[in-house]
Design a binder for this molecule. Sequence first.
Ligand SMILES: *Cc1c(COP(=O)(O)O)cnc(C)c1O
Length: 402
Amino acid sequence: MLIDVPKLISLDEILPTEPLLMMGAGPVPIPEQVAKANSIVINHLGDTMAKIISQVKQMSRYVFQTQSPWILGVAGPGSAAMEMAVTNLVWQDTRVLSISNGFFSSRLAEMASRVGANVKTFQVEETHIPDLAQIKQLLDTFKPEVITLVQGETSNTVCNKNLAEISQLAHQYGCYVIVDAVCTLSTMALKMDEWKIDAVITGGQKGLSSIPGVSLIAFSERAYQRMHARPSKCPQWCLDAQLAEQFWHHGSYHYTAPVSGILAIHEALALICKETLESRFARHLRCSLALQRGIEALGLSLYVPEQARLNSVIGINVPEGIEQKDLCRHISSRYRVEIAGSFGLNIVRIGQMGEQSRAHHLFRTLHAFGCSIRDLGGRIDLPTGMAELERGLQASVTTVDN
Ligand SMILES: *Cc1c(COP(=O)(O)O)cnc(C)c1O
């Protein structure tokens, strides 16, 4: 006796006939070129793959702004890259200072404690960035060997704008710095070498505008030395950077690499190189600021004050009398635009990562957002909001510190 064949509905019936515009906190829309590459399967070893891997590493060095050769890919979500950074640099009793101001920075702390580290969490006040003087004090007293932090906290839309100062300070103490840039890489400045960061993590489906499931990580030369000198083997076989090095640097087998996803990320990186980081940062900043002005002109308020506000995903306070869930559901079903709720906060989040930062997407999104609030009984000034968005997109912006 066999178990019965299941009764199914076809994928066409499950998927919406008109695709939803993905304007939430990731995954984000992908360019045609990325989608096309993602449909190809080739041998995971051999000359063709070697050329592709070599270019992925070259382009990554540009995007991460590092001379370090130690670029590795991971078959897995951004969290797998986070875990790879943590478990390779942290082990039993390692003193880890985890700067925590949101969901993802707490995840890094959790990962460090699971490998037996001595973790001290520095809890930053909601909607604030960490205070440098307090971090200095912790470097003096707790003497962490590793610091973990997030550049852009997608969960509550806070940007740790003093990342460079924190990292450079930690470096003076000989401390290793792990930075989660899943949401921010290629949307705003991150200079791995100049800022003295030892491990930078990114995922595919956010700033890079590739597919979910293949992630990248860059280790500094110093971090690489530390991994090779560790007292015991990395507990996770798949995430062992020394084993991953076999594939990413010596053309041999570790596990079967996610070839289609690597081809996709190759194309995503190639598009970034073609656009250049300078223009890409300016595009993101212009789009984000224009959308922020547009939302405020509707008569709504943003969750995070400007000095700590992330320009890759913005958090909007849900107007009184409207339920966050209803708003997300309505804009999706009625206007075919996806936005995100949040982990426990009464905000909705709209992304400006990669392909999300295109004028036509922003117009459609703001219009749908305003209409949805009106449909649900809220009071907003839609024409003024749309006009502000248009004005913002025309404005020239200068990005600080490209
Ligand atoms: C999305 C995100 C992650 C987790 O990425 P997954 O691909 O969901 O594992 C980690 N950190 C930040 C800042 C993120 O935005």
